[in-house]
Design a protein around this ligand. Structure first.
Ligand code: XIL
Length: 384
C-alpha cells in the first residue's frame, strides 16, 4: 500500500455534514472496541492522550483507518486546518478535510488538536501576493487575520481540545528572539501573536490555546530557544494573554544530539508557569536507502530511533502537566520527512507497510510501565 505523504494536501472534497448527532455520539463511542494494549488504552490509565497527525482522505484505506482509530485518542489534521487549505481563494472556503477529520474523531471517541492559526508558512497565495504587491495593506492584513481566526475557531467551537494558535515564531540562533523577519511580525509587529491568542479565546473560551514550536525543549543543544520562549511566555502570562499551553513539536534526527534530561527540565520549567504541555509532532528521522523502502543506512539508527521516541515520551510522562503526546503521522509511507529532508526517512512508528516498528513497541512498553508509576495527568477539560 502506498499512502499519500503528509505533504500531499490537494484532495477532492468529500463533504461531511457535521451535526449534533455526531458530537453527541462521541462520548457514547468513546473507548469502544479499543484493545487494552493499544497506545491509547495504556495512556488512558494515567489520563494521557496519545495522538497522531492524520491525512483525512487517507482514512479511505481500511488499514490506515484501523490504526488511526485503534491506537490514538487525539488527532491533528496534518494540513487541513491551515489557512492555505481552508480558504484557497479569498472568501471561498474548503472545510471538507477538516470536517471529515472532526467527524472521524468524534465517532471514535478522540479529541482534536487544531493546527494552526498563525504561521508564516502554508498561507494562501492570494494573501501573500496581495501583501507583496501592496493591494493588501497592513491594516487590512490584520483584519483578515482576525476574521480568519474568528471564522475557523467559531466553526469548531466546543469541539477542539487544544488549538496551536501560534506556530514557529522564534529564531534558531543563540540567543534566540522572536524572528523580526517573520511574515507576521515584519508586517504587524510582535504584538500580533498575543492578539491571535485573544481572538482565539474570544471565539472559543474553553479551548486550550497553545504556543507551538520546534527545538524548544533543549533539542538545540544550547537551550537558547527554550530560554527565549520561556521568557516570552512569562511576559505574556504576566500581561494576561490567554495562553494555556506550550507544544514542543519534537522533530528529532538521529544525526544530532538529544537529551531527554534537558527536555524533562524544560517541560518542568514551562509547567512552573502554570502552563500545560504537549509533544505535538514527534518523529525521529535518519538517513535511509531510498524514500520508498526507508531502510536506515546506519544500523545503529534502528536503536537510536526508538530510544529517542522513548526519551521524548518519558520526558512527557515525568511531568503531569504534559497532557498529550502526538506523533506527526504514524506510518513511514505517510511521513513528511522524505519530502522535506533529502535522503532521510524512517521517522515514524510504523514502517512503509504499516507494520509496527521497534519505536511502536518502545512507546507501548513505556506506557505500560507508566500505568503503575507515572503521575496521573492534571485535569485538562478532556472530559467535556
Ligand atoms: C508539514 C506537513 O506535514 C506537510 O504535509 C506540509 O507540506 C508542510 O507542513 N511543523 C509544523 C507542521 O508545525 O505543520 C508541519 O507539517 C511540519 C513542521
Amino acid at each position: 500500500m502506498r499512502l499519500r505523504r503528509l505533504f500531499a494536501v490537494s484532495a477532492a472534497g468529500v463533504a461531511v455534514v457535521l451535526g449534533t448527532t455526531v458530537a453527541a455520539s462521541a462520548a457514547a463511542n468513546s473507548g469502544s472496541a479499543v484493545a487494552p494494549d493499544s497506545l491509547r488504552a495504556l495512556a488512558a490509565n494515567i489520563g494521557l492522550r496519545i495522538g497522531t497527525a492524520v491525512i483525512p482522505f487517507d482514512l479511505d484505506h481500511p488499514d490506515y483507518q484501523a490504526i488511526a482509530a485503534g491506537q490514538f485518542s487525539v488527532v491533528t489534521p496534518g494540513n487541513e486546518m491551515k489557512w492555505q487549505v481552508v480558504e484557497p481563494a479569498q472568501g471561498t472556503f474548503d472545510w471538507s478535510g477538516a470536517d471529515r477529520l472532526v467527524a472521524f474523531a468524534e465517532q471514535h471517541g478522540q479529541l482534536i488538536r487544531g493546527h494552526t492559526l498563525l504561521w508564516h508558512s502554508q498561507l494562501p497565495d492570494w494573501l501573500t501576493t496581495g501583501v507583496a504587491n501592496g493591494t493588501i495593506s497592513n491594516a487590512q492584513l490584520r483584519n483578515l487575520l482576525h476574521q480568519h481566526i474568528t471564522t475557523e475557531v467559531s466553526r469548531y467551537k466546543g469541539r477542539i481540545w487544544q488549538w496551536d494558535v501560534a506556530n514557529e515564531f522564534f529564531t534558531d540562533s543563540n540567543p534566540s528572539t522572536i524572528n523580526p523577519n517573520d511574515f507576521w511580525v515584519s508586517h504587524l509587529g510582535a504584538g500580533i501573536i498575543a492578539d491571535a491568542f485573544r481572538w482565539a479565546h474570544q471565539a472559543d473560551p474553553h479551548a486550550l490555546l497553545f504556543y507551538n514550536d520546534y527545538n524548544i525543549a533543549g533539542e538545540d543543544g544550547t537551550n537558547a530557544k527554550s530560554d527565549a520562549v520561556f521568557a516570552w511566555l512569562k511576559q505574556m502570562l504576566a500581561q494576561g494573554v490567554p495562553i494555556n499551553g506550550v507544544g514542543d513539536q519534537g522533530h528529532l534526527d538521529t544525526q544530532y544530539g538529544f537529551s531527554g534530561t534537558q527536555m524533562t527540565q524544560d517541560l518542568q520549567r514551562y509547567a512552573s508557569l502554570g502552563l500545560k504541555l504537549a509533544i505535538t509532532e514527534a518523529d525521529v528521522r535518519t538517513f535511509v536507502n531510498n524514500a520508498t523502502d526507508q531502510v536506515p543506512t546506519d544500523h545503529l539508527a534502528t536503536f537510536a530511533q526508538p530510544y529517542e521516541f522513548g526519551q521524548m515520551l518519558k520526558a512527557c510522562l515525568a511531568v503531569r502537566q504534559c497532557i498529550s503526546f502526538t506523533v506527526w503521522g504514524f506510518g513511514d509511507a505517510d511521513s513528511w520527512v522524505p519530502g522535506f529532508f533529502t535522503g532521510e526517512g524512517y521517522a515514524t512508528i510504523y514502517d512503509v507497510n504499516l507494520n509496527p516498528k521497534p519505536a511502536y513497541t518502545e512507546l507501548q512498553q513505556d506506557l505500560r510501565l507508566a500505568g503503575s508509576g507515572a503521575p496521573h495527568r492534571v485535569p485538562s477539560g478532556a472530559g467535556r
